[in-house]
Design a protein around this ligand. Structure first.
Ligand SMILES: [Zn+2]
Ligand SMILES: [Zn+2]
Length: 673
């Protein structure tokens, strides 16, 4: 008999070698995560094992270990022979070593564990399912009804009534569907409401009532037009298993239109439906339940409407402090209280081990403010009314709410004055999500974003490049967290110029676009800023579908010819033992001085002794400078042809520069294709 948790396990945890848990095998520390922040990220995305481990990390460590590799070590606790594992870090290399609390180095019960490194959390584990305590088996019981204070809902309802009656600026659709998207899409549901065009989503979740005869179900979005509009849920997807029963697919469609079983939903989605009911509303739009997750066409069409769906919603509920598993208002993930089953396999031998939830501090101090994870919630920008739900509070924010001038009202005022700039953040976010999905639909990456991009950017949108936001749209980077599963590959046929994220099959992240969401919007201009001279693409067909057969960008930027070298010395807090897979330093070819770290777009293309042209596209903000010494961001380019006038190049990677780069570089004109 085995006990399988219904929650996902990340590939990193699945890859823990079987031998690690076997008696008699030499106990070698297993490097679980390259950095603590990657580990924390996996926990927030919902990996059960990572969550269990993360929630048990002692509080003082949580905020100081961003770049430390995290190891798993096994030990036998002397007294009763129980097996235990510890999550460890090597503190010897940490700065300010003297400030660590000495007491953390020893277990409180005085037993010595044979750990090489300093444990930051430890666990018992068992291999026999009968040894899993009853209390830790409560997988089904994880989804619980909150006994929310009725005052919360009264507050939200009153705020809405007041807003509808008194705020002129709130009562309009911020981003009505317009331009090419509506012309091309004949099935779009637009009606003219009192305040301009209102867009009904294609589908909505009807939330039903507590009566079992009136269950939640999926309905035609038009229903809401005559029944008081719809809400939207904004949340972090987290790690979602492929066949998650709460996702809308061809398979679940039939079932969803009869009934969406509440008990199948992860906590956040479950709560959102209950909250919608309690607010007296009937419909809510939740992306994973209203967009067919296994239909390319559906995904493309709905993505192109997303801005309007948010823009015309009555209000957006923001689950601001957790992933899809955490619930609307509980920051601490309920998964921490149940045993995590790890199914491990090595050739023909396989077994399940159970990590038990022991040792976690029950009185941990509150987590840092959720806005540090603001990149999760860029959709918020598109909504005129937000209900922000954090662990501690529920906050109403709307454009016309003068009581809160410093924050959202101001942001949205700006937004309505400069729509394209802020609007792009949603677009980048969508690409990040979509690039994760690209295994399913590898070839149509540009098409998916054509509608939504053209709607706002018009002709300035060129194969993934936004002429009006050039540097952020070029400064994408392969997502290194997924390097093992998705090291990146180029397509056999031509899809896009190399400067476009669409040219490679790999998940990408827009660091620059994400960063400016929370720092001040624009960096001060610098003499070293690049200039965009020209940009063009050749379309495949007469119809503007977004597909291209060629394209080039001409820029003037500070560049230096560099040589690649194995990451030695390690730059930017990557230390001895850090992976070199897909990365190289770029160094001064004459002196060998390190100028930057290149993350190659395709991991296998990273080699030593390549001569590459590195171009500075952005001087880094002070935050990045203080954090790890990054002085600038740019691209690594392979020079195809050099003339006195310019360098013809193709893109091979993303670069973080050290300040040494500044002394060597000079301005050149580059043609990128
Ligand atoms: Zn994990
Ligand atoms: Zn308002």
């Amino acid at each position: 008999m085995t006990l399988r948790t219904p929650w996902p396990t990340c590939t990193t945890c699945q890859a823990i070698p079987l031998a690690f848990f076997q008696n008699g095998v030499i106990n070698k520390p297993h490097q679980l995560w390259l950095t603590f922040s990657a580990f924390a990220g996996s926990a927030s995305r919902g990996c059960h094992t990572c969550t269990l481990l993360y929630e048990a990390v002692r509080e003082p460590f949580k905020h100081r270990l961003d770049d430390e590799p995290v190891h798993l070590e096994r030990a036998t606790v002397n007294s009763d022979g129980t097996q235990a594992v510890a999550l460890t870090v090597d503190l010897a290399s940490l700065p300010n070593r003297g400030t660590w609390d000495e007491s953390l180095w020893k277990r409180s019960d005085g037993q010595q564990l044979s750990f090489q490194f300093v444990p930051i959390a430890d666990f018992k584990y068992v291999r026999d399912v009968r040894d899993v305590p009853q209390g830790a088996r409560a997988f089904k019981g994880l989804v619980s009804l909150y006994a929310e204070d009725d005052g919360t809902f009264t507050y939200i309802k009153q705020s809405l009534t007041n807003c509808l009656a008194n705020h002129k600026t709130c009562n309009r659709v911020i981003f009505p569907l317009s331009g090419t998207a509506s012309q091309q899409d004949t099935t779009v549901n637009i009606v003219h409401g009192n305040h301009g065009p209102v867009v009904a989503p294609t589908r909505l979740v009807y939330v039903g009532s507590e009566d079992s005869k009136d269950p939640p179900k999926l309905v035609d979005g038009q229903e809401c037009l005559f029944n008081g509009g719809h809400l939207v849920l904004s949340y972090c997807w987290g790690m979602t298993p492929k066949d998650a029963p709460w996702q809308l697919t061809m398979m679940t469609m039939q079932q969803f239109s009869t009934e969406i079983p509440l008990s199948n939903l992860p906590q956040t989605l479950h709560d959102a439906i209950i909250w919608t009911r309690k607010l007296g509303e009937r419909y809510i739009w939740i992306d994973s339940m209203c967009i067919l997750q296994d239909s390319k066409e559906d995904w493309q069409r709905e993505a192109s409407r997303m801005a309007s769906i948010y823009g015309s919603a009555t209000m957006t509920l923001v689950a601001a402090s957790s992933s899809v598993y955490g619930g609307m208002s509980d920051r601490r993930n309920p998964l921490r209280n149940s045993a995590a089953s790890l199914f491990l396999q090595d050739g023909s031998s396989k077994f399940t081990i159970y990590l038990l939830p022991n040792g976690q501090p029950r009185n941990a101090p509150p987590p840092p403010p959720t806005d540090s994870r603001g990149w999760c919630y860029q959709e918020d920008l598109l909504s005129s009314r937000l209900v922000k739900v954090t662990q501690k509070s529920v906050l109403w924010q709307c454009v016309g709410d003068g009581s809160n001038p410093a924050t959202r009202a101001q942001g949205l005022e700006q937004l309505s004055k400069h729509p394209p700039y802020r609007w792009y953040t949603l677009w980048y976010r969508l690409i990040e999500r979509y690039s994760n999905k690209s295994l399913t639909y590898p070839k149509d990456r540009l098409l998916a974003f054509h509608g939504i991009a053209c709607d706002k950017a018009g002709s300035a949108y060129l194969a993934g490049f936004l002429k009006s936001d050039p540097w952020a749209s070029l400064l994408w980077c392969r997502d290194e967290n997924q390097i093992r599963q998705r090291p990146g590959r180029r397509y056999e046929e031509y899809v896009a110029p190399t400067w476009s994220w669409a040219s490679i099959d790999a998940p990408v992240l827009f660091y620059e676009a994400n960063a400016r969401h929370w720092r001040k919007p624009q960096l001060d201009p610098s003499a070293m800023d690049p200039e965009l001279r020209h940009a063009e693409v050749q379309s495949v067909s007469f119809f503007d579908t977004g597909a291209v057969k060629g394209g080039s960008i001409e820029i003037s930027a500070y560049v230096a010819i560099t040589r690649t070298a194995s990451v030695q010395p390690f730059l930017f807090n990557t230390r001895q033992g850090a992976h070199t897979y897909g990365r190289r330093n770029c160094v001064d070819p004459l002196t060998g001085e390190a100028l930057g770290l290149i993350v190659f777009d395709i991991a296998l293309e990273a080699k030593d002794d390549m001569m590459l042209c590195c171009a500075l596209l952005q001087t880094a903000d002070m935050g990045l400078w203080e954090k790890n010494g990054t002085a600038g961001l740019g691209l690594a380019l392979s020079v195809q042809e050099a003339t006195s006038k310019h360098l013809k190049c193709t893109r091979v990677g993303y670069v973080q520069f050290t300040s040494a780069f500044g002394a060597l570089c000079h301005r050149r004109c580059i043609e990128l294709s």
